[in-house]
Design a binder for this molecule. Structure first.
Ligand code: FAD
Length: 156
């Protein structure tokens, strides 16, 4: 059973895990993201990130305009409050003039893969394919067991 040390181990390479890894940059810690991988075809796919989310990902250096290629910019919503035959609209635009006044919509799996690529580019972040199956000795040193393809890796 191999033994590897990190300052921070994050279980899950979704939006939250990757945003957390990017936010830890200022501490100078070594960070490992453990992610088993997801079956994109088993999940309803479309996803919308509202302007504050786009602004936060930009601030964290995870969205540089070149990533999220193929995304659709979103300016707000249209509600149709009437009946089937009444197509009168109510426009619900995002507030303009903010630092970021556009949302974006794209396939969920693409958001994940683009964010995971951005996280891999961070010099203090490593990624590991696997599933966290146990955490022991909360405190120092904490031990984290990761399972991948039937073998167990012990991290701390
Ligand atoms: C159908 C659907 C539509 C949605 N649409 C929107 C939308 O339009 N806009 C919006 O803002 N939100 C939307 N959401 C919600 C949004 O997808 C979630 O809030 C967001 O993905 C949560 O991010 P997360 O990183 O916390 O979790 P996830 O994206 O679920 O990531 C968690 C990760 O942890 C991994 N993981 C799980 N267990 C372990 C383990 N033991 N060890 C290691 N890794 C593990 C998983 O593989 C996964 O990759 C939608 C959700 C669904 C289901």
């Amino acid at each position: 059973m191999a033994h590897i040390d990190y300052d921070v181990i994050i279980a899950g390479g979704g939006v939250a895990g990757i945003a957390a890894a990017a936010a830890l940059e200022e501490f100078g810690w070594s960070v490992l993201i453990v992610e088993p991988g997801q079956h994109a075809d088993r999940r309803l796919a479309g996803e919308l990130i509202h302007p504050p989310g786009v602004a936060a990902l930009t601030e964290l250096g995870l969205f540089r305009g070149s990533c999220f290629n193929g995304s659709v910019p979103i300016r707000g919503f249209i509600a149709f409050p009437g009946t089937e035959n009444d197509l009168s609209e109510i426009l619900l635009p995002y507030v303009e003039g903010q630092s970021c006044d556009r949302g974006l919509a794209m396939d969920h799996a693409r958001i994940r893969t683009d964010l995971q690529a951005a996280a891999k580019a961070l010099p203090y972040v490593k990624t590991l394919r696997g599933r966290v199956i146990g955490v022991e000795n909360l405190g120092s040193p904490t031990s984290v067991a990761v399972m991948d393809s039937g073998s167990i890796l012990n991290l701390s």
